[in-house]
Design a protein around this ligand. Sequence first.
Ligand SMILES: NC(=O)c1ccc[n+]([C@@H]2O[C@H](COP(=O)([O-])OP(=O)(O)OC[C@H]3O[C@@H](n4cnc5c(N)ncnc54)[C@H](O)[C@@H]3O)[C@@H](O)[C@H]2O)c1
Length: 264
Amino acid sequence: AALAGYATTVHDVSRTQLDDAAAALRTRTDKMVQSGKLAAGDAEAAHARLLFSTDLGTAAPSADFVIEAATERLDIKRHIFATLGHLTPRHAILATNSSTLGSSKVAEASGRPAQVCNMHFFNPALVMECVEVVRHPDTSQDTVDVTMALARRMGKSPVLINREIPGFVANRLMGAVQKEALALLTGGVATKEDIDATAKKALRHPMGPFELMDLVGLDVIDDIARATHAETGDPADAPNELISALVKDGRLGRKTGTGWYTYA
Ligand SMILES: NC(=O)c1ccc[n+]([C@@H]2O[C@H](COP(=O)([O-])OP(=O)(O)OC[C@H]3O[C@@H](n4cnc5c(N)ncnc54)[C@H](O)[C@@H]3O)[C@@H](O)[C@H]2O)c1
């Protein structure tokens, strides 16, 4: 947002997280300047537009648009949306970056459900182009239009998702590929190495499905499956036994040095 010219406040309850965020943003813009993707002056101007605060009351009263990206817990998010409903100007749009919680779950708490939607970025947000804008049944057309326009001003390619559905579009597509990859492995059709090689060499995916699962974190994938299954009750959404076993073993992927693969 700051790179797109907006005065931006980054809020977190943890000062340490804010310090880490400030340092991480500095590292990222330094790299962009070094590689010629960003002018040094533009980077400095963006940093000058950023404020970091643990006090929501500092930023909220002048905010036109809020993107909530706090811990993936409904009670925390509902509390934040209720607070924002009191603190922000009447016209402000309140978006959630949640990957799994549809904005209808927090809309009522805000007291202005028509001005609430999901604005779902992908990791790392400065690099990945897609933003999923997801409307809930009471999201107004104005809210959708402004959120899509804001994403474009941020240099993103937003896509509109007309109906809340677990996983939205990107994670559903990724989930379908993962599910098929796991079925092929379990059925003895091919090794995980050959399945990954096929995805890369035949379909030009930058990573194979097993490599990608290791990157995301097998615990995260297991958690998402549990949450989705709880919501849909569809046996096809149930957590995968092979992944659950790896998680139980502490093999969570790259972050623990071992998952589907072992990392030096
Ligand atoms: N990690 C990803 O790749 C990714 C991608 C897209 C969307 N998301 C979504 O973004 C959100 C955050 O994910 P994450 O992986 O960064 O989680 P995280 O648990 O790493 O970070 C959550 C942050 O929220 C802060 N927080 C907790 N309570 C708060 C409160 N009341 N007010 C303000 N800040 C508070 C925590 O201090 C922490 O810094 C989730 O909704 C997630 O679904 C994550």
